[in-house]
Design a protein around this ligand. Structure first.
Ligand code: IPE
Ligand code: IPE
Ligand code: MG
Ligand code: MG
Ligand code: MG
Length: 338
């Protein structure tokens, strides 16, 4: 039974990805083949997991709508996500994205800023294709979310130069920079199907926990991921003194010589920094703590869906494959740990 559900979920995921790629390819073809749009096409062509548009379409079908109805919202969310990556990679001085040079490396920072701006506008234009009845609410959620992501990114940057960031502040920062977009994806999928506000609120809460688990895993992989298949520079967070779950807990736990060693690494770019910090993380056991925290968020995500189904059994009665996908998605996205 569980295997069947997993299989359904994976097949549904692949089908949504195909719908998205076809729809988004056709949508982007309307923009001219000029220099401004070349980085947009480049980054979009590098793929990625396409998790957010899959969530938009799955939520729409779980609520009884058709995936095609959700395509404008799915495109808007994925295009917006790619815009944030283009700018995030400048801010994080990241050389690699999806296994290829980042836009500011391949072109330059000014190009990445301007094409990123264009990509944000393209995301808004994609959303304007949504059914007119759903549009006002979609626009409200989309723009509120976009500002929250900026707020999260501002905190992420500000935390780099602080050494007293607490776990609670970190959780709020990752809620803003990452979780709200996954939550909005689910909410906007619900809107695209004309779902009731309380159903959308439950989907949103589910998405927040999936998103927290997702960013915890992203932090884990940034430190411990396999450079062969991670697609980004492993150790980038350590080099930039990002206040990740791992670093915050390590600072809280380290005593004596460990603490001094850790403080000495902060702000420095000495040869071997990444490996020395990784050794400390392992010795202090913060890698295992992160995995527990992630599992906790997966459980909370599942709980949010279960409560919704118990309270309103007639809601989320659309496609079974879509529902199986939502049930499995938190565990699926956090399964890859190296
Ligand atoms: C990367 O997102 C940025 C984060 C919020 C962690 P993804 O890991 O979803 O990136 P792609 O789209 O699959 O490349
Ligand atoms: C990214 O967080 C969040 C946004 C892009 C809004 P990260 O900086 O951790 O994402 P990656 O690791 O570069 O993908
Ligand atoms: Mg960043
Ligand atoms: Mg980054
Ligand atoms: Mg990261």
């Amino acid at each position: 039974m569980r295997d069947a559900a997993t299989f359904d979920a994976k097949a549904a995921m692949a089908a949504y990805r195909t719908t998205f790629e076809e729809g988004c390819g056709a949508f982007l073809a309307r923009y001219p083949e000029t220099e401004l749009y070349a980085p947009v096409r480049y980054l979009m062509s590098l793929g990625g997991k396409r998790l957010r548009p899959v969530l938009v379409m799955a939520a729409c079908e779980a609520c009884g709508g058709k995936a095609e109805d959700a395509l404008p919202a799915a495109m808007a969310v994925e295009l917006f996500h790619n815009f944030t990556l283009m700018h995030d990679d400048i801010m994080d001085d990241a050389p690699l994205r999806r296994g290829q040079p980042t836009v500011h490396e391949k072109w330059d920072a000014n190009t990445a800023i301007l094409s990123g701006d264009a990509l944000h506008v393209i995301a808004c234009e994609a959303l304007l294709q949504a059914p007119s009845k759903a549009l006002p609410e979609l626009l409200r959620v989309f723009h509120r979310t976009a500002l929250e992501v900026c707020e999260g990114q501002e905190q992420d940057m500000a935390f780099e130069s602080r050494s007293d960031v607490e776990l609670e502040e970190y959780m709020e920062m990752i809620r803003l920079k990452t979780s709200v977009l996954l939550a909005a994806a689910l909410d906007m999928g619900g809107s695209s199907a004309g779902a009731d506000p309380h159903v959308r609120a439950a989907l949103y809460e589910f998405g927040l926990h999936v998103g927290l688990a997702f960013q915890l895993q992203d932090d884990y992989l940034d430190a411990f991921g396999n450079p062969e298949n991670f697609g980004k520079q492993v150790g980038g967070d350590i080099l930039a003194d990002k206040k990740t779950f791992l670093l915050i807990r390590a600072m809280e736990k380290a005593q004596g010589a460990d603490r001094e060693a850790l403080l000495e690494e902060l702000g420095s770019k000495r040869e071997g920094k990444v490996n020395r910090v990784l050794d400390l993380y392992r010795r202090l056991g913060v890698d295992a703590e992160l995995r527990d925290a992630m599992a906790g968020q997966v459980t909370l995500a599942e709980g949010a869906l279960a409560r919704m189904k118990a309270a309103t059994p007639q809601a989320l009665q659309g496609s079974e494959a879509a529902m199986a996908l939502l049930h499995g998605v938190a565990a699926m996205v956090t399964a890859r740990l190296n």
